[in-house]
Design a binder for this molecule. Structure first.
Ligand SMILES: [Zn+2]
Length: 507
């Protein structure tokens, strides 16, 4: 058996199902391109039947991202499978991933039918998918709670029907590691044709076991692991890609398994996904959390200085953390900026480079020292968004204090024309948002507002993320500045621009 684990990333499908994490098509494409750099084997790009926007987005990714296999999800129903086929048409290597619930509780309450009928539909779905595509994955949803003999029958018959990958998910996060490993082990022994397909796992984290269950399955013969960046996903999330990959790498002595992942791209991917989804990474999150490599205790710091391996089991650079390296100042030219940007994986030329350079100078004037992290944040918040913003900030004046009513005057550009208004509020941000509201006239609800600093020091860049809602549409916005009120205004205008865009067409 091969010692290679296929990494199947489902950030854009399972991860995107979280309420409020909805991504624009541009953001999905940018994430897919970064997943390609990370060198994942399979990208599950979406669920094409769920909306015309999702179908288009899968198509766009299939067109632009050529190295990994691009998978689309579909229920074991003809119209779903057809939509998947349409979405995957431009793919160099496409995969139809079809699923149905196989546990008694799913058979009875979701499909409202019998085990025999679920078996029949599974075989039919796989056969239809194989007519369209050579690469077909079948998922027995809620496999961990499915009757074992029935699961064996399903696996055997769907492999006979042509499935090339069989997924044994713990869809509800109920399994524990020894049990999920044993399930894979027993299936490997009981199903006669099992070596004709790759066995996959897809574990949820409801009891915090997703990574452990996935690795236990791998030790027992599973060769594909489905996972997401930052462990995003329904409810408590999925197994985190970064945890799976680094566990296999750091403890190769135990697992004796490998992946194709370029681990140096992990940190950047994590940041990108967090920014685009608007979902921050918890500080103590394994591998990618802010504190993951911080040694606060004096004893640890002293030991680490003497020898890194005393407490550090992996280096920050192994996941691509470059540290607070001073790279540029306001005296740096366009060439130096473009050189540093390309080292960080960003491309900016001509007009775009000029625009970024102007923004860079503003930051450099205020901050004096510009770090890699500042540049990354600048590119990810102020770089190309894939569309022209409907609203942008021209000027902002705020007066605030303890005994006076906070007042803000804003000047913004709306579709090319400049408008001015003033507002008062409970605080300077509230006053600014009220002034913007009086010009934009969208009755939106502010669901979330978060402020964090990018690098340390008193001149640190502040990044504000907001999430707003109007009717059924929820969008995120981000803004960056050394001034937190300005960053707040920019984030709000970014979100309002996305909303305008979403109302025109499905983003
Ligand atoms: Zn899932």
């Amino acid at each position: 058996m091969s010692d290679k684990i296929i990494i199947f990333d489902t950030t854009l499908r399972d991860g995107e199902q979280i309420p409020g994490a909805s991504l624009t098509r541009f953001e999905k494409l940018e994430i897919a391109k970064q997943l390609e750099k990370l060198n994942v084997d399979v990208i599950e790009a979406g669920f094409p039947i769920s909306s015309p926007g999702d179908l288009e987005s899968v198509k766009e990714i299939a067109k632009a991202v050529k190295r990994p296999v691009i998978a689309g999800l579909c229920r074991a129903v003809k119209k779903d499978i057809d939509a998947c086929r349409d979405a995957l048409k431009p793919a160099k290597r496409g995969r139809i991933h079809t699923f149905i619930g196989t546990s008694d509780i799913h058979v009875k309450f979701i499909t409202n039918t019998t085990r025999e009928e679920v078996l029949r539909r599974s075989i039919e779905a796989v056969k239809l998918a194989r007519n369209y595509c050579d690469d077909v994955e079948y998922s027995a949803m809620d496999a961990a709670r499915t009757d074992f003999d029935y699961l064996c029958k399903i696996v055997e018959e769907t492999i006979k029907a042509g499935a090339t990958t069989i997924n044994i998910p713990d869809s509800v996060g109920y399994s524990e590691p020894v049990e999920h490993g044993k399930l894979i082990h027993d299936l490997m022994n009981a199903v006669p044709n099992i070596n004709k397909a790759i066995i996959s796992v897809h574990c949820h984290n409801d009891l915090g076991m997703a990574t452990a269950n996935s690795l236990s399955a791998a030790m027992n013969g599973a060769r594909q692991i489905e996972c997401t960046i930052n462990g995003l996903g329904e409810r408590a999330g999925n197994a985190a890609l970064e945890e799976i990959v680094m566990a296999l790498k750091v403890r190769k002595d135990v697992y004796k398994l490998e992946t194709n992942i370029k681990s140096e791209e992990i940190y950047k991917t994590s940041k990108l996904v967090s920014r685009y989804t608007g979902i921050p990474v918890q500080p103590n999150k394994a591998i990618v959390g802010h504190n993951a490599f911080a040694h606060a205790s004096g004893i640890h710091q002293d030991a680490i200085l003497k020898k890194e391996s005393t407490f550090g089991i992996m280096t920050p650079s192994s996941i691509g953390i470059t540290g607070h390296e001073l790279v540029l100042t306001s005296r740096s030219g366009r060439h130096a900026l473009s050189h540093r940007l390309s080292a960080l994986g960003f491309k900016a030329e001509g007009e775009e480079l000029n625009a970024i350079y102007t923004k860079f100078l503003v930051i450099a004037d205020k901050k004096k020292e510009v770090f890699d992290e500042d540049l990354q944040a600048l590119m990810e918040t102020e770089g190309k968004k894939g569309f022209d913003a409907a609203y942008s900030l021209i000027d902002l004046y705020v007066a605030t204090g303890i005994k006076i009513t906070p007042t803000a005057t804003v000047e913004i550009k709306i579709n090319g024309k400049s408008f001015k208004a003033a507002g008062i509020g409970d605080g300077p941000v509230d006053a600014t948002y009220k002034a913007i509201n009086s010009l934009v006239k969208e009755d939106v609800t502010l669901l979330d507002y978060q402020l964090r600093s990018i690098t340390g020091g008193k001149e640190a860049l502040g990044e504000v993320s907001v999430r707003i809602k109007k009717g059924a549409i929820e969008v995120n916005g981000r803004g960056l500045s050394t001034d937190v009120i300005e960053a707040s205004a920019r984030a709000y205008l970014d979100a309002l621009s996305k909303l305008a865009r979403a109302k025109l067409s499905k983003v």
